[in-house]
Design a protein around this ligand. Structure first.
Ligand code: FAD
Length: 471
């Protein structure tokens, strides 16, 4: 009673988690309200994440590949970059995707309410629109999909020459010298784009390696291929000071390794801070609904994505790592189905990770590093792309495909690929793990020749000790 809007299902946040949850809820017959503070659907992923970054990476890959053609006897003119047009292309990609989502919401009669949502009670949410007007939504059930936000470094001042990933994707300028703070996937993807567009780039990372979470052998191939792309990659180095001066952004460093001298302070035209993301759990008045939020801002959930309040679910970046769109979407389906009373559980064995850099680095399941740490005995099947006819024909044979098997059962437990299109292929390894495939299953599956994907079958055969005569 007294609410402006009543519904069976309230979904808070319209990122990949939220829109998927709303669509599935509506498809299951629930009268669904989707609350989103931004004017467009799609959340971080579509508006300022996965999709715009891939639009720019695609253009960068084409520029890089045409540059390589001179060695094969084909010379193109030096690329001329119209940054306004490039930005417009990226925006057009976003618009096409977000408009598509709006259409899908409409056709399902999902009621999209624009504004910032805050819980008032376990069954009420207040939505404040941009003009300050307020509406109350009364709901039977809810799915929280409010996502995450960038982490800022406390000592970094406000300055247009200092950006986060969202600012970097706005593509306002191509700087002469750029620093990327953070050697994770997001930082390295943006570093790839800006270096191709002409920036000289340093990368600084506190840990002892880039792309934490991936096996070092994969990262090593990426790093060797990119030796000339970047000026300096400073590992085990802490950024300790950032000063906005008229002549540039002055950044100072400290070595995180004992007894090692810190690099000299440097001046940059643009600094990208890409040191991680933190969940939005503390920004939605979850306590008013009785929903527990942990000290890091994550909302704990069970395997049905249910919070401590039985009729309220949570999904996506706000419930924990890995903060990836494909995880959010699968959790969304589980939550909507569980809310409807179905026996759905999130029981994915593995969730793949991909760095869409050049080359791409993709991995799934157990890594060699993890296995070592846990004392699990693995065996590996490796196929170097130098033996792949397709990779050689493409002029890109620096990569390899690696499969990891349980030493006893020979079932596949993990895998990694470094090379062009690695991200498009890692799903097959994920499927093999989910299906409990062993090395023979994979090796005897006939892959089309000549493809990069064939390297997965060959890695399994290499493990089985079977010689293949199809390079
Ligand atoms: P989000 O996408 O964060 O959506 C949450 C939504 O909730 C937002 O739209 C927000 O405005 C809204 N919201 C929050 N609070 C409120 C409130 N109180 N009221 C109303 N609305 C609210 N992942 C991949 O899998 N692949 C990639 O290639 C990839 N690339 C990325 C590149 C970049 C630069 C970044 C930053 C991220 C990338 N990610 C990628 C991560 C991916 O974007 C997230 O994992 C994904 O968006 C999480 O989805 P979500 O639904 O949990 O939350």
């Amino acid at each position: 009673g007294g609410a402006d809007i009543q519904c069976d299902m309230l979904v808070l946040g319209a990122g990949p988690g939220g829109y998927s949850a709303a669509f599935r809820s509506a498809d299951l017959g629930m009268n669904t309200v989707l609350v989103e503070k931004y004017a467009t659907l799609g959340g971080v992923c579509l508006n300022v994440g996965c999709i715009p970054s891939k639009a720019l990476l695609h253009v960068a890959a084409v520029i890089d590949e045409t540059a390589m053609m001179a060695a094969h006897g084909v010379t193109f003119a030096k690329p001329e970059i119209d940054i306004d047009k490039l930005r417009a292309y990226k925006d057009k990609v976003i618009k096409k995707m977000t408009t598509g989502l709006a259409g899908m919401a409409k056709s399902r009669k999902v009621n999209v309410v624009q504004g910032v949502g805050q819980f008032l009670s376990p069954n009420h949410l207040e939505v404040t629109a941009a003009d300050g007007s307020k509406k109350t939504v009364q709901f039977q059930k809810a799915i929280i999909a409010a996502g995450s936000a960038v982490v800022n470094l406390p000592f970094v001042p406000q300055d247009p020459r200092i950006v986060d990933s969202t600012g970097a994707l706005e593509l306002r300028q191509v700087p002469k010298r750029m620093l990327v703070i953070g050697g994770g996937i997001i930082g390295l993807e943006m570093a790839t784009v800006y270096s191709t567009l002409g920036a000289r780039i340093d990368v600084v990372e506190m840990m002892d390696g880039l792309m934490q979470g991936a096996d070092r052998d994969l990262v090593k191939v990426w790093q060797k291929y990119n030796e000339k792309r970047f000026d300096k990659i400073m590992l085990k180095t802490k950024t300790v000071g950032v000063e906005a001066l008229p002549e540039g952004i002055k950044v100072s460093f400290e070595s995180a390794a004992e007894g090692v001298a810190a690099p000299e302070p440097q001046l940059y035209d643009l600094v990208l801070v890409a040191v991680g993301r933190s969940p939005n759990g503390r920004k939605i008045a979850a306590d008013k609904a009785g929903v527990a939020v942990n000290e890091r801002g994550f909302i704990p959930v069970d395997a049905q994505m249910r919070t401590n309040v039985p009729h309220i679910f949570a999904i996506g970046d706000i419930v924990g790592q890995p903060m990836l769109a494909h995880k959010a979407v699968h959790e969304a389906h589980v939550a909507a189905e569980a809310a409807q009373g179905e026996k759905s559980y999130f029981d994915a064995r593995v969730i793949p990770s991909v760095a869409y850099t050049d080359p791409e680095v993709a991995w799934v399941g157990l890594t060699e590093d993890e296995a070592k740490a846990k004392g699990i005995k693995l065996e590996k099947g490796l196929f170097p792309w130098a033996a792949s006819g397709r990779a050689v024909a493409n002029g890109r044979d620096e990569g390899f495909t690696k499969l990891l098997f349980d030493a006893e059962t020979h079932r596949i437990v993990g895998g990694g690929i470094v090379g062009t299109h690695a991200g498009d292929m890692i799903g097959e390894i994920a499927l093999a793990i989910e299906m409990g495939a062993d090395a023979v299953d994979i090796g005897k599956t006939i892959h089309p020749h000549p493809t990069l994907g064939e390297s997965i079958g060959m890695a399994a055969e290499a493990f089985e000790g079977v010689c293949t005569d199809l390079p």
